[in-house]
Write a protein that binds this ligand. Sequence first.
Ligand SMILES: [Zn+2]
Length: 272
Amino acid sequence: MPELPEVETVRRQLHERIAGKTIREVSIFKTGRETPVGSKFVQAIVGRRLKGVERRAKVLVFRFDDGGVMLGHLKMTGKFVFVTGSRRVTPEKHDRIFFVFDSKTHLVWSDVRKFGYLKIATAGETLAALSHYGPEPLEAKPAELAERLKRKSSRTIKAALLDQTVIAGIGNIYADEALFRAGIRPTRKVNKLTDDERLLLAKHIKKVLAQSLAQKGTSSNDYIDTEGEKGGFQNFLRVYGREGDPCRTCKNSIKKILTAQRGTHYCVSCQK
Ligand SMILES: [Zn+2]
């Protein structure tokens, strides 16, 4: 699933290409994951000018000139890709919605797993959708993130990192990577971590997210950006997706276990 660095990469690229442009036409190839559904979605959105694209946690927030908002969530496999006009005539299998902006800017929304969504939202709905998230880790200070990591202290640190109300935007990849870099086992209970460990982890969360963002994210699964390009951070992963491979620090095999209902990768000797 795209996490903060991947969604932020998509946001930056979308903003650069479509901010200030008006949506001229919309074609729906596959309906059901847009709100309102079908022709009502088209009617609600055509003719509106996009002010810009923002992000909160893993949610894309398309803001229109008139104050309206469209929320977009990639979930597992949702993709926005800039394409040529011919894709409208011959859509690919998982293409769902085709947008035509000014200056022949064509954008397709596709989704293999169909968990992603686009939703035209009222101010109230937008507030409700975005209000429960924890702080943005790239913006918050390490001490603030460390403090957040004390919440609900009887569960594992892996579960805490995946909880979007604790810190926004972290998923399985960056939870595992930050824990490795901080030398902390994912199965440790939150209340067994020292203040120093929490602070160290907070610093590594910020660092690993920033490093991945600089590489335009991780494409160890099927993530691609709006230009159809892969990110580069999969080449820098230390534990995620490396089950059975030698640890880059100590050469022991990376282990994969189930924690917080998620596949969790760690090194037995580097993480205490
Ligand atoms: Zn190791």
